[in-house]
Design a protein around this ligand. Structure first.
Ligand code: ARG
Length: 429
């Protein structure tokens, strides 16, 4: 393109990446961890920029947002924002995923993939409101999250630039710790070694938790129990099973064991019960957007229960044709979301379909939880396309005559029988 200067064309791999001279005030997506804490100081120095931080609460357990803000100020943030986005996350991101029975690769309920477009959208809002020209995030160059965040920013705010220092600065963990020490950035230290606890790489929110790194990268290494910070290992779960009922109205889970709850609370309470019974552990090999395969350990107690109930109820109220067709669209929905294309119009088109199907998804499913397993045990729906009298082995009732079935079978199998005979004839030659 003619308007890009020659120098820029050499150095920029994407037009939205910030050049040094154009950065004045940066909105940093800040978690309070080592990477983003080092980034805060490094950006302020390297770009001579003011740094505004944003920390988003999506229901990740055990976070102290006041401590995180205080740390950001101490390192030099000029403004700190914390947003509680749990309601929006549940309503606008998790709920569509429930209606789409969304599981990527057959096991990953997409909690991180659902959270990133919201986090990036909020970053755009706050960046604009606080006069920032650039958004900074702490993703590496190997993962999916860089794609989700940058695709969102480039889509929603073409005027904003992006910097992703971790992708370029080539500091390893030890060098980051050294940098932090040198600049008085507080780090959590391990009592025995005097360095920060070498951690798993964790991401979590209301809808689940992932762990990567350390022994997880060794495919032959079965999970060590210390990775499970949410779900009780099934071996240690109670000896008594527990039955849980989830009621849906038009695809929305609205009551848990008969108690009406808002979506955030319903998800949190379901997760608690699932955790107790060892439910929702997924040891998953995944095809990333960026070529690589990776192994993740997921703890998804709420998703394991709610998705199963939803899927079961949907099966009951849908016709055979709906039930045969929908999984293909669900897979496409999950793939788009996984692959960072939340804002792609096909996702919204698919949502309209999911929404339409879910108009019928009203009823209650009971599941039994026991030492890591979750199994449907009861079903009830005013919209079930099910008639107990018809299904039973007794009389057919008035809807059809069993005498008519042979005629149906003859026509139903007609083409298949003809094709079979043709092949049998050719095989004899
Ligand atoms: N593999 C999952 C995904 O791509 C989880 C990624 C977790 N992200 C992280 N930065 N630790 O969505």
């Amino acid at each position: 393109m003619a308007e890009i200067s020659e120098q820029t064309a050499h150095t920029r791999t994407a037009s939205y990446l910030a050049e040094k001279g154009e950065v004045g005030r940066v909105l940093l997506l800040y978690s309070g961890g080592l990477d983003t804490s080092v980034m805060l100081k490094w950006i302020a120095d390297e770009y001579e920029a003011e740094v505004v931080t944003l920390t988003v609460n999506l229901g990740q357990p055990g976070e102290d947002y006041e401590v995180i803000e205080a740390k950001a100020r101490q390192i030099g943030a000029v403004e700190c924002h914390t947003l509680d986005a749990r309601e929006e996350f549940a309503r606008d991101f998790v709920l569509p995923a429930i209606k789409a029975n969304a599981l990527y690769g057959g096991g990953y309920p997409l909690f991180t993939a659902l959270g990133r477009p919201l986090i990036a959208k909020l970053a755009v809002d706050v960046a604009r409101a606080s006069g920032c020209d650039t958004i900074a995030h702490g993703c590496t160059g190997k993962g999916n999250d860089q794609v989700r965040i940058e695709a969102t920013i480039a889509t929603l705010a073409p005027e904003l630039k992006v910097i992703a220092p971790v992708r370029g600065w080539q500091m390893g963990r030890e060098q980051e710790i050294e940098y932090a020490r040198k600049h008085g950035i507080p780090i959590k230290t391990h009592p025995s070694q005097g360095t920060e606890i070498a951690p798993y790489s964790i991401d979590d929110n209301l809808w689940g938790r992932s762990s990567e790194g350390r022994w997880i990268e060794d495919l032959g290494h079965a999970p060590d129990d210390d990775v499970f910070q949410l779900v009780t290992p099934p071996e240690r779960a109670p000896d008594e099973p527990e039955v849980v009922d989830v009621t849906f109205e038009r695809g929305v889970p609205v009551t848990l064991n008969g108690e009406r709850l808002g979506l955030v609370e319903l998800i949190e309470r379901t997760a608690e019960i699932g955790c107790r019974h060892g439910v929702g552990i997924v040891d998953h090999i995944e095809d990333r957007i960026v070529g690589l395969k990776v192994r993740d350990i997921y703890e998804v107690p709420a998703a394991a229960i709610i998705l199963l109930c939803h899927q079961e109820l949907e099966k009951l109220v849908g016709t055979i044709h709906q039930n045969q067709f929908k999984p293909g669209l669900e897979r496409q929905w999950a793939y788009l979301v996984y692959a960072g294309l939340w804002w792609e119009p096909l996702r919204a088109d698919l949502d309209s379909f999911m929404q339409r199907v879910n108009e019928q998804v009203t009823g209650t499913i009971g599941v039994k939880l026991y030492k890591g397993s979750v199994r449907v045990v009861t079903r009830a729906s005013p919209n079930a396309v099910y008639d107990q009298a018809l299904a039973s082995f007794g009389e057919s009732g008035g809807l059809f005559s069993q005498q008519a079935s042979p005629g149906f079978i003859e026509l139903w199998s007609l083409q298949s029988r003809m094709a079979y005979q043709l092949r049998a004839r050719d095989a004899e030659k």
